[in-house]
Design a protein around this ligand. Sequence first.
Ligand code: TYC
Length: 101
Amino acid sequence: MSDTGTKRRVKTRPKVERPRLHKVILINDDFTPRDFVVTVLKGEFRLSEDQAYRVMITAHRRGACVVAVFPKDVAETKATRATDAGRSQGYPLRFETEPEE
Ligand code: TYC
């Protein structure tokens, strides 16, 4: 019998989970100067002046603000570097990470 090429083939769709992204969250404090927070946000997270100001002022007003999301290792490295940048100047500036829902 000749093959007409009409036989249906069941497409297999491998279920690959995307790795969950992690949020980097800026925490407000009463001591770190606003300008310094903006400078760290621009340097470590490549935010524009405008984006960095909005994130800083949101954390200032609400207590915390999500800066960006990254794969886990990148989020943790950036949060640590940004927190260390504050500590090196004697500021209690803090960045935390948590998995996205
Ligand atoms: N609250 C600080 C001040 O008034 C500024 C600030 C904003 C500090 C956001 C930390 O995550 C922060 N100087």
